[in-house]
Design a binder for this molecule. Structure first.
Ligand code: SF4
Length: 90
């Protein structure tokens, strides 16, 4: 497979993977009452990260607590996180 086709395939796989997210905000602290300061709410009550492309690494919650943002797959597989209804943690 040539490089261009390979990159297109990877991009489609990534888009399919990300489309599974329900935008519930649970992995960003909505259920804990002290979510990430970068989490924003849509009019339809779903959530999005306002710095999604650069989110990984040190971040802070609304109350100022520091935490490290990691990929959802890493959060679930390596740290055992479970979020109700989340397709990545079920
Ligand atoms: S807990 Fe799962 S479904 Fe909910 S926002 Fe996070 S990744 Fe998406």
């Amino acid at each position: 497979m040539d490089e261009k086709l390979y990159q297109e395939k990877l991009k489609k796989q990534q888009e399919r993977h990300e489309s599974l997210c329900r935008r519930c905000g649970a992995c960003c602290g909505v259920l804990d009452g002290d979510p990430c300061v970068n989490l924003q709410k849509n009019a339809d009550n779903t959530y999005f990260c306002r710095i999604y492309e650069t989110r990984l690494g040190k971040q802070k919650t609304v109350s100022g607590k520091e935490f490290t943002c990691v990929l959802i797959r890493e959060n679930c597989n390596n740290f055992g996180a479970v979020y109700p209804g989340c397709p990545y943690s079920s």
